[in-house]
Design a protein around this ligand. Structure first.
Ligand code: 5AD
Length: 354
């Protein structure tokens, strides 16, 4: 079996059958994580990039069955930050050393192009040396284009699952995997550094689905790949489903690192939520980004995509020092560089795959 890992390391890809075996056994996790860590050190050293996450609205027009801020959840506490509040988060983050701001929110009808472009422009003018990442869900090509012109550099939009039938089991009829993927292609064409990704262990997910996710990513070649375990939220239709496991998520992180050596792969909040050392373990399995929360303390509890989301402090900007110590103890170094990935060098493309 370690041959499989070597083969993956050499070719940056594996046939479906071998991938399936790798995904379904925990027998070789140690070797897999060690190889992933090697590749990550080869490409990125011990550097860990930090992104300041600003969860600026918990209103959402969508009704995804897994998500705590879905529109049908009457118990969700809704809030929306003003432009001034968002800028205050950025100022605080900048002083702490953040050079990337991620504006993430539900699909809030109030976030018109005019409002969002105004916010992006203000951040761009105030912090010309920073990267602006948007994560606002599905919008039109024209809207993405305007936001890019206004100064946004990157866009995160998880594809959630590449399989249309699986997508339909996780979302209401008005949403489709096809539309989701089209948004990602649009974003790429416009010139954004794009982030895609999926949940591990989401309801009805099969190994074949995960392989399809990897194949889609090989096609898309995103700069960033965000994955985390599915965590049930009690006020959603998926309340009684099992969550994704730590092991399976770490295994997928490691496989991603071997397939996409250049990718920015975050050790996500969801990973930190299911295990006290989840994020450090993520880093040791090949992840190289963490996204501490820069949202104002009084709204943090309200952006509840899943239950028990961590607010221990390390995920907050104020806890940055502690996070640095934890990363150092795990063998890594938090850096403040923007950490851009514009594309892949030709030499990193092997057999047509990354
Ligand atoms: N568990 C884990 N991740 C979730 N997300 C939404 N709901 C959940 C959940 N219950 C993820 C989705 C989305 C991202 C912002 O959060 O993948 O793209």
């Amino acid at each position: 079996m370690p041959d499989r890992i070597e083969q993956l390391l050499q070719n940056r890809t594996l046939p479906d059958k071998e991938l399936k075996q790798l995904i379904e056994t925990d027998a070789y996790d140690c070797a897999l994580f060690a190889r992933a860590d090697e590749v990550r050190r080869q490409y990125y050293g011990t550097d860990v990039y930090i992104r300041g996450l600003i969860e600026f609205t918990s209103f959402c027009r969508n009704d995804c069955y897994y998500c705590g801020i879905r529109r049908s959840n009457r118990k969700a506490r809704r809030y929306r930050l003003t432009k001034e509040e968002i800028l205050r988060c950025c100022r605080e983050g900048y002083a702490l050393g953040f050079r990337t701001f991620v504006l993430q929110g539900g699909e809030d009808g109030c976030d018109t192009d005019d409002r969002m472009c105004g916010i992006v422009r203000a951040i761009r003018e105030t912090f010309p040396d920073c990267a602006i990442t948007l994560s606002l869900g599905e919008r039109s090509y024209e809207s993405y284009r305007r936001l890019f012109e206004a100064g946004a550099d990157r866009y995160l939009l998880r594809h959630e699952t590449a399989n249309e039938a699986h997508y339909r089991r996780l979302h209401p009829a008005e949403l489709s995997a096809g539309r989701r993927k089209q948004c990602l292609w649009d974003l790429k064409e416009i010139g954004y550094q794009v982030g895609a990704g999926f949940m591990v262990g989401s309801p009805f997910q099969t190994t074949e689905n995960l392989i399809e996710d990897l194949r889609f990513l090989q096609e898309l070649k995103p700069a960033m790949i965000g994955i985390g375990p599915f965590i049930p939220h009690k006020d959603t239709p998926f309340a009684d489903f099992a969550g994704g496991s730590l092991k399976q998520t770490l295994r997928m992180v490691a496989i991603l690192r071997l397939m996409f050596p250049y990718a920015l792969i975050p050790a996500t909040t969801a990973l930190g939520t299911i295990h006290p050392r989840g994020r450090e373990l993520g880093l040791q399995a090949g992840a190289n980004v963490v996204m501490p929360n820069l949202s104002p303390a009084n709204v943090r509890g309200k952006y509840e995509l899943y239950n028990n989301k961590i607010y221990t402090g390390e995920e907050s900007a104020q806890g940055l020092e502690r996070l640095k110590k934890k990363a150092a103890a795990a063998g890594y170094r938090i850096v403040t560089a923007r950490g851009d990935v514009f594309g892949y060098k030709k030499t990193d493309v092997c057999n047509g795959h990354l």
